[in-house]
Ligand binder design. Structure first.
Ligand SMILES: *Cc1c(COP(=O)(O)O)cnc(C)c1O
Length: 231
């Protein structure tokens, strides 16, 4: 992937908004590792939805920034940290186990709200160790597990493709997730499970994701520039 010199955040956002114009797709600006000043620059250009992958960083930034920002948690979430984001987070993309679902439900109840989440599916043939398999989600549905999770509101699915140059492999993985999303959409789902959001696509693969039906892309480096660590 190329690195960008002299990143112009406003310009980059405009380019994305042009690409997404007329599409039903939300751009989540992934601001992890980037300073508050960069987020403000994006905010001033009209961006309101931001994604972070660490709880501490998310809450630190939230405290310093305008209250109308919608904060999305996109990274692996530990159960004991849900409490720090439970009362304000707009969407947790990375719910990847039944135990985390129960923790989110518990903190949602304490916070007096239903917490919107996506179920993260394991679609990459390699790498990511996180995520449900389709079978596990099917099982949760068959067991009526969501009836016991009234403070969780499942709004869709999230997935990450393998980090590879092989575009056909990426496409296959996204297509598989989109297929499962459609399959669930056609099913009779519990009241707190809706299939409205399909979060797939990052800087390197969002074009393929859009072609395969994504309606929420999570873009960091193409907006804010390369990060100088492996986050
Ligand atoms: C970092 C991250 C992104 C954004 O990655 P870029 O390649 O910088 O666009 C998207 N999703 C998740 C889960 C991430 O951790």
């Amino acid at each position: 992937m190329c690195t960008f010199e002299g990143m112009d955040i406003k310009h980059n956002l405009e380019e994305f908004n042009k690409t997404l114009n007329g599409r039903d797709c939300t751009l989540v600006a992934v601001s992890k590792t980037k300073p508050v000043s960069d987020i403000l620059e994006a905010y001033e250009a009209g961006q309101r939805v931001f994604g972070e992958n660490k709880v501490q960083e998310l809450t630190d930034k939230k405290d310093q920034l305008p209250g109308d920002i919608e904060w999305h948690m996109i990274g692996h979430l530990q159960r004991n940290k849900v409490k720090y984001i439970a009362d304000f987070v707009s969407l947790i993309h990375s719910v990847d186990s039944p135990r985390l679902l129960r923790a989110v439900n518990k903190e949602g109840r304490k916070a007096g709200r239903k917490i919107p989440v996506l179920l993260q599916l394991h679609i990459a043939e390699e790498e990511s160790k996180y995520g449900f398999d389709k079978d596990e989600v099917n099982e949760l549905l068959e067991q009526h597990a969501f009836d016991d999770l009234p403070n969780v509101e499942v709004r869709g699915l999230m997935g990450m493709a393998t980090f590879t140059e092989d575009k056909e492999k990426i496409r296959r993985e996204f297509r598989s997730l989109a297929g499962y999303y459609k399959e669930l959409k056609d099913r009779d789902l519990p009241e707190n499970v809706r299939m409205e959001l399909l979060s797939m696509g990052m800087s390197g693969d969002y074009k393929i994701a859009l072609e395969e039906g994504s309606n929420m892309i999570r873009v960091g480096s193409s907006i804010f520039g390369a990060r100088n660590n492996s986050n």
